[in-house]
Design a protein around this ligand. Structure first.
Ligand code: KMH
Ligand code: ZN
Length: 284
């Protein structure tokens, strides 16, 4: 924690890296980490650049998205062995994944998981998250001791988050942390006005990160820093660093986020600080 000129505490910035996602293909995006070795190397580079959380989607031997349980468990172990990052597994998977395999992701024993609070059009596809699935996933996070991050793609998802907390109570770890995923074609737009509106509707005491898909990445990052939020970056969300210039490594996105956070007098927080903020227990 640093302090501003009025000596009020100004929180450091949580930087989450989402290095892979389920949408891009390795053949089209050669810098995308898809093997376990590439993922661990990426995670180490991003930790050095300022990340505290890694949001993980994995791929099979052919580079296709998979929710294979053994592979997920090996990935969690390898990331823990190689880094001190908080390991957050995606329960969103790919739009083609069914509900049961998405629920079973938690069996791989991650520190944290994503938990999307509603269905959203996703380009030409639909990312399906009906209420019974959301409720069951949340109940399992509580039973298994996994800290959820509430993914909000649209303003209506915030209403469902309130319903979930009213229904089942506070999450494991006792703290609500949300991630505004903005600029998905079909979700809320990635701009400052929408960000401010969304943040004003979040539960009292919640912390939040934001990420802007594609060309909304920078406007959302600046807006999030200005509004006191945290940042998610990575090749899941954008594969272009600047107009006409592809991202060459996830770490350069983390480095840019850490630089901007530093300029905002809110430097990147360590995984230890992030664990304290999010209520994520450490591992021996
Ligand atoms: N791949 C998207 C359909 C999450 O990780 O929880 C969903 C997604 C959200 O990426
Ligand atoms: Zn994801």
């Amino acid at each position: 924690m640093t302090s501003d000129s009025t000596h009020r505490p100004v929180p450091a910035t949580l930087i989450t890296v989402a290095p892979t996602g389920a949408e891009s293909e390795k053949s089209a995006v050669p810098a995308l980490p898809v093997t376990l070795e590439e993922l661990v190397t990426t995670a180490k580079e991003c930790r050095a650049a300022g990340a505290a959380v890694v949001h993980v989607h994995i791929r099979d031997d052919d580079g296709r998205p998979t929710l294979d349980g053994a592979r997920l468990a090996d990935t969690v172990q390898a990331l823990r062995a190689g880094t001190d990052l908080i390991v957050q597994l995606s329960t969103g998977g790919a739009v083609s994944d069914g509900f049961e395999p998405r629920l079973a992701v938690l069996d791989a024993g991650p520190d944290a998981c994503s938990l999307t609070c509603g269905t959203v059009n996703f380009g030409d596809e639909v990312f399906s998250n009906p209420w019974p699935f959301i409720r069951e996933l949340y109940a399992r996070t509580k039973a298994l001791g996994v800290v959820p991050e509430f993914e909000l793609f649209d303003l209506g998802h915030i209403a469902t988050l309130h319903r979930l907390l009213d229904d089942l109570g506070e999450p494991h770890g006792g703290h609500v942390h949300c991630d505004l995923v903005m600029g998905v074609p079909g979700g809320m737009p990635g701009n400052a006005a929408t960000l401010v509106q969304a943040v004003s509707a979040l539960p009292a005491g919640a912390t939040w990160s934001a990420t802007g898909i594609g060309r909304t990445s920078l406007p959302v990052m600046f807006a999030a820093l200005a509004a006191g939020g945290h940042l998610r970056v990575g090749m899941e969300d954008t594969t272009t660093f600047a107009r006409g210039r592809p991202v060459t490594a996830n770490s350069e996105l983390v480095e840019r986020a850490a630089t901007l956070a530093g300029l905002a007098q809110r430097p990147a927080m360590s995984p230890e600080q992030a664990r304290a903020m999010l209520g994520v227990a450490g591992h021996s």
